[in-house]
Design a protein around this ligand. Structure first.
Ligand code: NAP
Length: 312
């Protein structure tokens, strides 16, 4: 192990809503911390067109804008965010060692706030045509589809919200869902029904994305009669849930079968000194506001543990 360590009270991995909130709380508790983030601060907020259920923004707020505000608030609290990938975590005598590029950070506590990434469909053509018409981010790519025909896949809040956003640009949006009922919030289902540009294709499973250098279509199989049809599209947006980014910690804590970290209500991840918050946790409901509250809880639990070993 390297000889020179950068000593911190807490190393937070991930600068999404959970990590940034944890950092703000930890700074207010007078702790010395660092956030390691290999992408853009704000995490999945940066993939989200509009957030309408985060209190304080009655007209809604763009995901990127909310990310920027959270980052500004963390910076103002004196939080240091280093743009680097955390590669490994090890433990020795109650201390954790987080290696990231040239540095190794040593801390008594680590908060895992690494979030989740969009899941792939895993069908033919998807990988080859990613960036050539297959996308996982409406806010990033929607403007490329002005007056084009596109399809969105999924039946959760993300798919419906982003299909509505995409309909502002595209001339037509097919919304493909594998069941005949959406799991998204009722208000979104109603907006989808009322939107003339959106055609819902219920009970269809995507089989293949077709096209040469760019997406030209998607082959679908009906779940009702097994028949196969192909629709012509210029772009396919995939919103079929997310998977955790917890590989770095999986040998130190318990995860569920899908890799989400199991914690108690105080965000303790089953190993003294390790906490997890946000979408990387095993839980039923994923919301920005919950990620923030879990980040706050994780920081307060870590502060308690640093003070007297009590973890609260
Ligand atoms: P989700 O709720 O897990 O929904 C994923 C959707 O994709 C489901 O409809 C699922 O179908 C479908 N799906 C999964 N695998 C598929 C496959 N291989 N082929 C075809 N379809 C597939 O994911 P999400 O919409 O990304 O939401 C994640 C979490 O974030 C949820 O807790 C959600 O409430 C939350 N969220 C909230 C908001 C908001 O409050 N405004 C916005 C976005 C996300 P089935 O329904 O048949 O399982």
């Amino acid at each position: 192990m390297a000889e020179n360590f950068v000593d911190k009270d807490i190393v937070i991995i991930g600068a999404g809503p959970a990590g940034l909130t944890a950092a703000i709380y930890a700074r207010r508790a007078g702790l010395n911390l660092i956030i390691l983030e290999d992408k853009l601060a704000g995490g999945q907020l940066n993939l989200t067109s509009i957030i309408e259920n985060y209190p304080g923004f009655p007209g809604g707020i763009g995901g990127g804008e909310l990310a920027e505000k959270m980052k500004e608030q963390a910076n103002a609290a004196g939080v240091e965010i280093v743009n680097v990938r955390a590669n490994a975590i090890s433990e020795e005598s109650g201390m954790f060692f987080v290696t990231a590029s040239k540095e190794t950070y040593r801390a008594k506590t680590v908060i895992i706030a690494t979030g989740a990434v969009p899941k792939r469909l895993g069908i033919k053509g998807e990988e080859e045509l990613t960036g050539k018409g297959v996308s996982f981010c409406a806010v990033c790519d929607a403007p490329l589809y002005k007056d084009k025909v596109i399809a969105a896949v999924g039946g959760g809040d993300t798919a419906l919200e982003e299909a509505l956003f995409l309909s502002r640009f595209a001339v037509k949006v097919y919304l493909i869902h594998r069941r005949d009922e959406f799991r998204a919030a009722r208000i979104l289902v109603k907006r989808i029904k009322d939107n003339k540009k959106i055609e819902v294709l219920h009970s269809y499973i995507p089989l293949e994305v077709t096209g040469g250098t760019r997406v030209e279509g998607v082959k679908l199989q009906s779940k009702k009669d097994g028949s196969i049809k192909e629709i012509s599209i210029n772009g396919l947006f995939v919103f079929v849930g997310s998977e955790p980014q917890a590989r770095i910690i999986k040998d130190l804590v318990e995860t569920d079968k899908d890799g989400f970290i199991i914690t108690d209500e105080n965000m303790r991840a089953g190993k003294k000194g390790i906490f997890a918050a946000g979408d990387v946790r095993k839980k039923k409901i994923r919301q920005v506001v919950l990620a923030c509250s879990e980040g706050a809880q994780a920081a307060l639990s870590a502060a308690g543990y640093l003070k007297d070993g009590a973890e609260l």
